[in-house]
Design a protein around this ligand. Structure first.
Ligand code: FA5
Length: 344
């Protein structure tokens, strides 16, 4: 029996040391120390031994069992440590690998230009005003000195919803609304960006829906030179310091006098080229001194207050700025177009 126990110990210790993982080790434990294992069997058969041999063999069997159990515990710790080390090694992050690029969006060129214009005027003390796109005929036309049968209404062919409601054809109704709302009937300094709609046929320079930015300044002692100075700062900021502007007489029912404003052509510097149709100048906006009747309709004292107003189309400004040849590019969302402005 003694020999059998020694043999079992040698065999068990050898198998413990050869176990490759925790599963194999557990199998060895069950095989040698389990209820049906050989050592338990030997202990069970102790009754058949003589009284002198029983304690000796019992002690030896316990020593062998503890030796195996101790070795298994030692091996288990070793295998667990190795398993953690292997897991850590397999999960190591290689920080030198290049990252996966994340696709990023880019700002639409029209939004860029509108925001740039807004920033410029906010910097000059203007605030931003907004008005509805579905507008009353009264604010779109009548309050701007365009009564119902005025021929100048034809300048802006309109989408009517009812006889009295239409899609606004310009941002100028925000002028009328802001003046009317100003209870103190005092100074105003606003810009109004927004969408406008006209029954124009779509082509390279016209769209039935486009953007405008209106400007309105009302105060005492405002003159044409304030308008010109403001627009000069605007043109130089948008198109470069070497640009000049010129004012040409024009007509808008809500301003008197009225002007069209041209900027000297950036491509040819004013000499004449295909961009400026050989004139050296490019039209960028309409403007003028607020008509006294418009001030009076909004409740202002036109003897005390004067004002200037201007209205521009940011699409046309963006087209000049970036050399875009067709206004329809702004609305079709072709990624090949939009992405070109990632870095401008
Ligand atoms: C007006 O709409 C006036 N309300 C501007 C104004 C405001 C004058 C305040 C005086 C005082 P006009 O119709 O010219 O003016 O339009 C102004 C700008 O809108 C044009 O210079 C042009 O840049 C742009 N625009 C006009 N029609 C279209 C169109 N169909 N598509 C794209 N842009 C357009």
């Amino acid at each position: 029996m003694e020999e059998r126990l020694k043999e079992l110990e040698t065999l068990a210790l050898q198998q413990v040391s050869e176990a490759q993982d925790l599963k194999q080790l557990n199998e060895v434990r069950v095989a040698y120390l389990g209820k049906k294992g050989p050592i338990t069997e030997i202990l069970r058969g102790m009754g058949q031994l003589s009284a002198e041999e029983r304690p000796k063999m019992g002690a030896l069997a316990n020593v062998v069992r503890e030796a195996i159990a101790g070795k298994i515990e030692e091996k288990q710790a070793e295998l667990e440590k190795a398993a953690v080390a292997a897991k850590l090694a397999s999960e190591t992050i290689d920080v030198t690998l290049p990252g996966r690029p994340t696709p990023t969006g880019s700002q639409h060129p029209l939004t860029k230009v509108v925001e740039e214009i807004e920033d410029l005027f906010l910097g000059m003390g203007y605030t931003i005003a907004e008005g509805p796109e579905v507008e009353k005929d009264y604010y779109n036309f009548e309050a701007l000195n365009l009564p119902k049968d005025h021929p100048a209404r034809d300048m802006q062919d309109s989408f009517y919803i009812t006889d009295e409601i239409l899609l606004r054809t310009h941002t100028s109704p925000v002028q009328a609304r802001t003046m009317e709302k100003n209870e103190a009937k005092g100074p105003i300094k606003i810009i109004c960006p927004g969408k406008v709609y006209r029954r124009d046929d779509d082509d390279a320079t016209h769209s039935h829906q486009f953007t405008q930015i209106e400007g309105l300044v009302i105060d005492e002692n405002i003159s044409m030179s304030d308008l010109k100075g403001t627009l000069e700062v605007f043109a130089k900021k948008m198109f470069g310091d070497e640009r000049e502007i010129r004012l040409r007489p024009s007509f808008f029912p809500f301003t008197e006098p009225s002007v069209e404003v041209d900027v000297s052509c950036a491509k040819c510097g004013g000499k004449g080229c295909n961009v400026c149709k050989q004139t050296g100048w490019i039209e960028i906006l309409g403007a003028g001194m607020v008509h006294p009747r418009v001030l009076e309709m909004a409740g202002y004292d036109s003897k005390k207050y004067q004002g200037f107003a201007f209205g521009m189309g940011p699409e046309r400004i963006a087209m000049l700025r970036y050399g875009i040849d067709d206004i329809r590019h702004f609305y079709t969302n072709d990624q090949r177009f939009v992405k070109q402005f990632n870095r401008v």
